[in-house]
Write a protein that binds this ligand. Structure first.
Ligand SMILES: C[S@@+](CC[C@H](N)C(=O)[O-])C[C@H]1O[C@@H](n2cnc3c(N)ncnc32)[C@H](O)[C@@H]1O
Length: 364
């Protein structure tokens, strides 16, 4: 949990792009003030359900056309996206290159890879596409050793005006998620979970926060990338509670877990990486492995968030260019799909200025 403490002690979270975005959208000032303040209580613009830059709108199509120009994308946009990401992170106290180098040179990480990789896993076609500006998507060392600094930068972007460290931002983001989950469990499940699965656990940051919030539960961190899992396992070694956590190389749509065997399935920042059919398959599999009344919870970018809707063009273009399923993610009805997959008590919480958390209970 404290992996980045040492490099984030004097972070000033002043990511200019978000600040500029909030200034630009004066027409939403009244609403925005409810969500973008110093401590950033969350809220949404009720009249607009998604950004114009995603889906079928003209702006979205223009952006898609620019992205599909390979010369423009490979030669200019991709290197620019990477440079911006790394420089912004390092300016804000996240030692991106140092962490990546340290993890890349760590023999224990390679050892963990050998222990964790399940060679019989079959990767879905959508998972083999370039992603986040990595040609091999999540299936490479570079993506794995950079995932931790990228996750800390992501949390800092949520509160651009607050003078907080990367660790504080991460804790705030995760506490708001586990807080929403805890409230749902107490209200609708009524008992402590025995087993929680963190599907798409990546390098284990979400897994450890959920595990800390449910200190009597067993946790399974499951991911399709053995590279991410190798970093997760290495970082978790010796951490408090690590004896309750296991790391599994597998597919969220086909976990190989028994029917009715799990109390909570969590998907944090996974759905935006998936096409619509995969999102439905993930929910269907969650419904299969959950016990009656068991809880499904996901968090990701909030299509209704004015911050997300008003991202500067350079940012949303770069984001769309590295996340190929954005048009689907921002337009699908997550709540409706959950109900279709057998869940009730479905509701959405705006857990921070950029993200929503959607929860539901498997019908008994
Ligand atoms: C952005 S990361 C999520 C990180 C983590 N949950 C967190 O909150 O910090 C998305 C992760 O989902 C994984 N993933 C994507 N599709 C998946 C699938 N169908 N099954 C299992 N893992 C998947 C990717 O490999 C990646 O590690």
């Amino acid at each position: 949990m404290t992996a980045v403490m040492s490099f984030a002690t004097s972070t000033r979270a002043t990511l200019g792009a978000d600040v500029a975005a909030s200034r630009r959208s004066g027409r939403r000032v009244a609403r925005r003030s409810a969500i973008g303040g110093a401590s950033g209580s969350a809220g949404t613009a009720d009249d607009k359900v998604k950004p114009d830059w995603a889906g079928d709108d003209l702006l979205s199509k223009v952006v898609d056309a620019a992205i599909s120009n390979k010369v423009l994308y490979e030669g200019i946009m991709k290197p620019m996206a990477r440079r911006t990401l790394i420089n912004t992170a390092e300016k804000n106290g996240v030692a991106w290159r140092d962490i990546a180098e340290e993890l890349g040179n760590e023999p224990a990480v390679k050892q963990a890879f050998a222990e964790i990789e399940n060679k019989s896993v079959e990767y879905p076609e959508y998972y083999l596409q370039p992603f986040h500006a990595y040609a091999e998507g999540n299936l490479c060392w570079q993506a794995a050793v950079e995932a931790e600094p990228a996750t800390y930068s992501m949390a800092l972007r949520v509160w651009p005006k607050d003078r907080i460290t990367a660790d504080t931002a991460q804790k705030r983001l995760r506490d708001s998620y586990t807080g929403a989950l805890r409230a749902h469990v107490d209200e609708f499940y009524g008992k402590e979970p025995d087993t929680i699965v963190d599907v798409g656990c990546s390098v284990g940051i979400s897994t450890r926060y959920i595990s800390d919030a449910f200190p009597n539960s067993k946790m399974v961190g499951l991911d399709l990338s053995p590279y991410m899992l190798a970093v997760a396992k290495h970082r978790d070694a010796g951490e408090p509670g690590s004896e309750r956590r296991t790391w599994v190389h597998g597919k969220g749509e086909d976990t190989k877990m028994a029917d009715n065997s799990v109390d909570i399935v969590s998907l944090a920042f996974v759905i935006h990486e998936c096409p619509e059919y995969a999102t439905r398959a993930l929910m269907t599999e969650a419904a299969r492995i959950l016990k009656p009344g068991g809880v499904f919870v996901m968090t990701d970018n909030n299509p209704k968030s004015p911050v997300i809707q008003n991202l500067p063009p350079a940012l949303f273009t770069l984001m769309k260019s590295t996340e190929p399923h954005s048009n689907e993610y921002y337009t699908i009805d997550i709540e409706g799909m959950l109900r279709e997959c057998g869940f009730e008590h479905v509701h959405t919480e705006n857990t921070d200025p950029r993200h929503r958390t959607v929860l539901g209970s498997l019908k008994k």
